[in-house]
Design a protein around this ligand. Structure first.
Ligand SMILES: [Zn+2]
Length: 338
């Protein structure tokens, strides 16, 4: 057989498979096939010409393989991928698709499709260690998303193994494990940590910069463990809070508000918050809620002069929240503050 004839035969792999009808592997070996070739041919014959509930797909696969001139080794290569599909239908769908794919693209298409078919894994807490022949080892730990993100951040990526172990085992050069407890007020700018996803019944959901979705409470707890009192303020939305309270601001709210405005929020006034009052931007009697978004620190004087009632004649202007910030709205026709 000349080369030309050989190549012509090669391109009709599925027809060669068809010729195995009624033959067994030993029959093929008697005809001169190697043990491996015989086994492969019989295997392919069972797939392409054996009984299956998916006769339509079987026919499509044969036609497509013929059209693309897939040789025996390509058909065999295709099976190395279809083996990894879950279930007979998915296996057939993948086989038909790969038979319909030009030989040089089979691998790329198969990998992409298998990746798409992969069922999302159910993760649970665990730890794994793999030792490598060169003396290194890989430690894989699955745990709380926030803790893991925190732990990951502490790794020095120039020397990840060394820095990680130093922290874990408390070797020299690591930061002290227990931080000094100080009671300070910290203002947490939400945007530095993530994005407000949605408000839920009694908290806010925040997508952190590491992609983990947490509640506002968790975020504060994480970001500020041991830091004392915290308030979360969004640059876009002002103090982030969803709690409904009664007429008077709670201690927690006062704390948050004082963090946002350590002094009276009226322009130019420096009276400290602890000597002031908490003012409803939309008055309580007009339906304004006692939540942080509707409250602001004002000194007694400015609380008194603020034009609370939108229906009353304007006098000194009023404070309002706009884009997350407290601004002073002058009375109509007036340009002077104070
Ligand atoms: Zn004031």
């Amino acid at each position: 057989m000349g080369l030309q004839e050989y190549f012509a035969q090669l391109s009709r792999g599925v027809d060669l498979v068809a010729e195995c009808s009624g033959l067994s592997a030993p029959d093929l070996e008697k005809m001169g096939a190697s043990t491996q070739d015989a086994a492969e041919l019989i295997g392919l014959h069972a797939i392409y010409f054996g009984p299956t509930p998916y006769t339509g797909k079987q026919r499509s696969a044969i036609d497509a393989a013929r059209r693309n001139g897939h040789c025996l080794s390509t058909l065999h290569h295709i099976e190395s991928f279809t083996r990894r599909a879950q279930g007979r239908l998915a296996t057939w769908n993948l086989r038909v698709e790969l038979c319909s794919t030009p030989g040089e693209h089979v691998t790329a298409v198969a990998r992409r499709r298998l990746r798409e078919m992969r069922v999302p894994r159910e993760y649970c807490e665990r730890a794994m260690l793999r030792q490598h022949p060169n003396g290194l080892a890989t430690l894989t730990v699955t745990g709380n998303g926030l803790d893991m993100a925190d732990a990951f951040r502490t790794i020095d990526h120039k020397r990840p193994g060394e820095s990680f172990v130093a922290r874990m085992l408390g070797k020299a050069g690591a930061a002290p494990a227990g931080r000094t407890r100080v009671t300070t007020m910290a203002v947490l700018q939400l945007e530095d940590y993530g994005k407000l996803v949605r408000r839920e019944r009694d908290d806010v959901m925040v997508r952190t910069t590491s992609g983990v979705v947490v509640t506002g409470a968790q975020l504060v707890e994480r970001a500020c463990a041991g830091e004392g009192l915290i308030t979360v303020i969004s640059r876009a939305q002002g103090a982030v809070d969803l709690y409904r309270f009664d007429r008077f601001a709670s201690l927690k709210q006062r704390t948050m508000l004082a963090a946002e405005h350590p002094t009276c929020a009226w322009p130019g006034c420096n009276t400290p918050a602890e000597r002031g009052q908490f003012h409803h931007l939309t008055p309580w009697k007009h339906g304004g809620e006692t939540n942080v978004a509707n409250l602001v620190t004002l000194c007694n004087y400015h609380n008194g002069v603020n034009d609370d009632d939108p229906n009353a004649p304007p006098r000194r202007g009023r404070l309002t929240r706009e884009g997350g910030k407290i601004i002073w709205q002058p009375p109509p026709g007036d340009k002077v503050s104070g």
